[in-house]
Structures are given as structure tokens and as C-alpha cells.
Design a protein around this ligand. Structure first.
Ligand code: ADP
Ligand code: MG
Length: 339
């Protein structure tokens, strides 16, 4: 065996980046979450060649002050948490301080940003982890980050990407999830030169659902609004008898974060037991709002898993919320009209 040694910085960085950046959709997720955390009310996501050749996220959030820009690209650099204690109480989507560093190590990145206080916007470039400089630029308050040639310096990762259209579909899923979990933000998604959807940002889940999901799906959803102890459940579910052939229309969110979660899925389907035929599935856009101390979001940087401190409470909360709209006799006439 070779002698044990510490890896050089470049190799260590590429390994770390691999945890966060798997494909274009992971870049879009991280950068769009940054825009949301920055308090943006409007976010535009643009991709070319499924995001492989270009990804651009433009927001009207806080911006980054000039002197902090290079720091933002260092690994473990974040403005969102201070110490161990804060890990128990996360109120932002990001907190690891890894995304910008990871993305910049495997792509060519340009960041144009302006805060309210700074007189100018600043444009900062970094490629393959190497800083290329900073210069004054022009832009209203907010941030535009452009990522080109993802994995240009890591051919081994490039090989695992799928066709442009498939990568574009993954990106579309991610932007859809973020738009559905934040109806108060107007999201515009531009794919290969065409506007795929734009949400109004009026705070109404139903209008976001209309923009993002098929009209056919959105048109007769039932509204869920329920408080169960520490848990508040809100969202939209498909009416009884309109089951779907797959689970692809089940969207779950916890504290504004898209999650894949067996407990929530099982609770949803249990509530439909007896009203749906075998082999048919309900669809939903369901958000659980709960104390951050009761959910561990620090499972894996790129995965959508969470752990609950009290699994059964979550099940009961989702089950009773959904059940209560399904058993209301006039539930079919309560289908929401969209004007
Ligand atoms: P994290 O989101 O976990 O803090 P990132 O690497 O994604 O880590 O971002 C590092 C820091 O850069 C953030 O904490 C934030 O202060 C700043 N930042 C990144 N993107 C934006 C943005 N779009 N608007 C304002 N600040 C941003
Ligand atoms: Mg982030």
C-alpha cells in the first residue's frame, strides 16, 4: 500500500464538490435556494442545453456586498448560521456554505451583484476554483449568477450526464418544486430560449399550481388547511375518485423545503383508503409547517431526505388534514374555482 498522505487541495475540492453538484439540476437547486434565502420576490432561471452549457439565476434579493464576494466562494463560508446551536434551528434553505465553492470548482462562474448600500454592482469571475478578478459592473439591487460549461474540468463526471433534454427535465422538476413551495415569489423558467412557466408570486398556492402543473391537474384540487398540535398542514389535494396512475403528482414540502418522505406519502395514501381504486394514487401539493427543532434537515447536501423527531405525529397530522377534506359531504362542490 502507498504511504498515507493528505490529498492536495485541488483533489480534495473536487471530491467535496461531487457531494453537492451531481448534475445541472443540483446547481439550479442550490443557486435558486440562495436567491430565496436572499429575500428575492422575483427569480428568473434560464438554462441552455439542459443546463450543461449555461445556467443563469437572476434575483432581486439582498445582493452581496463587494468585500464579501470572494469569501462567499470559500468552502464553509455562510451568512446563515453561526455555530452548532443554530443547526437545531435552521430557518433558511442553505446553511452549509458549500454550494458556491463547489460549483466554482467544476465550472466557469460569473457573479454580478449589487446591494442597496454599494454604489456600484460588481462582477466577479472564478473558473475551476481559480479567481479571475473583480470589476465594477451595472445592475439594479440583486444578484445574477451565470454558470457555464459545467464539469469542463472533470471529464469523468461529464460522462455521467444524460442527454440535454433529460437534464433539462430534472431542472424543470427542481424549479417547479421551488415555485410550488414559494408562491409568494414570482418564478420565471426559461428553457432553451422558451418561457416554460411563470408564476405570479401572489402568495396563492393555487395560482402557482396553475402555472407550474398541468391545468387539467390543477383545476379541481381541494384545499387543505389544518392545525394538528405543533404541525400546520396546508395545500391542495386531488378529489376522491380522480386517482392517477403514478405518484408523480405528489409534492411534499416541509418548512418551505421540497422533500421525499415515506411517512408523508403513507399518510396521504392512508387518507384515501376506500375512496380510490387499487393501483390509483392521489396527487397533492402539501406543505407541513413545524418547529425546526422537530425535523433534521442536515442529512445529505444534495438529497431531499429529512428525519423527524416524532414520526407518528407527522403521520397523524397529514392523515387527519387530508381525511378531513375527503369526508366533507360537499367536498366535491368545494372544488376550487380559479378565476
Ligand atoms: P449557503 O447558502 O449554505 O450559505 P452558499 O455557498 O450557497 O452557502 O452561499 C454562500 C453565501 O453567499 C451565502 O451564505 C450568502 O450570504 C451569499 N449568497 C449566495 N448567493 C446569494 C444571492 N443570490 N443573494 C445574496 N447572497 C447570496
Ligand atoms: Mg446556498
Amino acid at each position: 500500500m502507498a504511504k498515507i498522505h493528505v490529498l492536495d487541495k485541488h483533489t480534495a475540492e473536487l471530491i467535496a464538490a461531487g457531494e453537492v453538484v451531481e448534475r445541472p439540476s443540483s446547481v439550479v437547486k442550490e443557486l435558486t435556494e440562495n436567491a430565496i434565502d436572499a429575500g428575492a420576490t422575483a427569480v428568473t432561471v434560464t438554462i441552455e442545453r439542459g443546463g450543461i452549457s449555461m445556467i443563469q439565476i437572476a434575483d432581486n434579493g439582498s445582493g452581496i456586498e463587494a468585500e464579501s464576494i470572494p469569501t462567499a466562494f470559500l468552502r464553509h463560508a455562510t451568512s446563515k448560521i453561526q455555530s452548532e446551536d443554530d443547526l437545531e434551528n435552521i430557518h433558511t434553505l442553505g446553511f452549509r456554505g458549500e454550494a458556491l465553492a463547489s460549483i466554482a470548482s467544476v465550472a466557469r462562474v460569473e457573479l454580478l451583484t449589487k446591494t442597496e448600500q454599494d454604489e456600484y454592482a460588481y462582477c466577479y469571475r472564478i473558473s475551476g476554483g481559480e479567481e479571475e478578478g473583480i470589476e465594477p459592473g451595472a445592475r439594479p439591487q440583486g444578484t445574477t449568477i451565470t454558470v457555464r460549461d459545467l464539469f469542463y474540468n472533470t471529464p469523468a463526471r461529464m460522462k455521467f450526464l444524460k442527454k440535454d433534454a433529460s437534464e433539462g427535465n430534472y431542472v424543470s422538476d427542481v424549479v417547479s418544486q421551488l415555485a410550488l413551495s414559494h408562491p409568494e415569489i414570482s418564478f420565471k423558467f426559461v428553457r432553451e430560449g422558451k418561457v416554460q412557466f411563470q408564476t405570479p408570486g401572489d402568495g396563492k398556492l393555487l395560482s402557482a399550481a396553475y402555472a407550474v402543473l398541468s391545468r387539467d391537474f390543477a383545476k379541481d384540487l381541494l384545499e387543505v388547511g389544518h392545525v394538528h398540535g405543533n404541525y400546520q398542514i396546508s395545500g391542495l389535494v386531488t378529489p376522491p375518485k380522480s386517482g392517477r396512475a403514478s405518484r408523480s403528482m405528489q409534492h411534499f414540502f416541509i418548512n418551505g423545503r421540497f422533500v421525499k418522505n415515506r411517512t408523508m406519502m403513507a399518510a396521504l395514501e392512508a387518507a384515501y383508503k376506500g375512496v380510490l381504486m387499487q393501483g390509483r394514487f392521489p396527487g397533492c401539493v402539501l406543505t407541513v409547517t413545524m418547529p425546526p427543532q422537530l425535523v433534521d434537515v442536515n442529512v445529505h447536501p444534495a438529497k431531499t431526505e429529512v428525519r423527524f423527531a416524532r414520526e407518528k405525529e407527522v403521520f397523524d397530522a397529514v392523515y387527519s388534514a387530508v381525511k378531513s377534506v375527503l369526508i366533507t359531504p360537499e367536498s366535491s362542490s368545494k372544488a376550487l374555482a380559479f378565476e
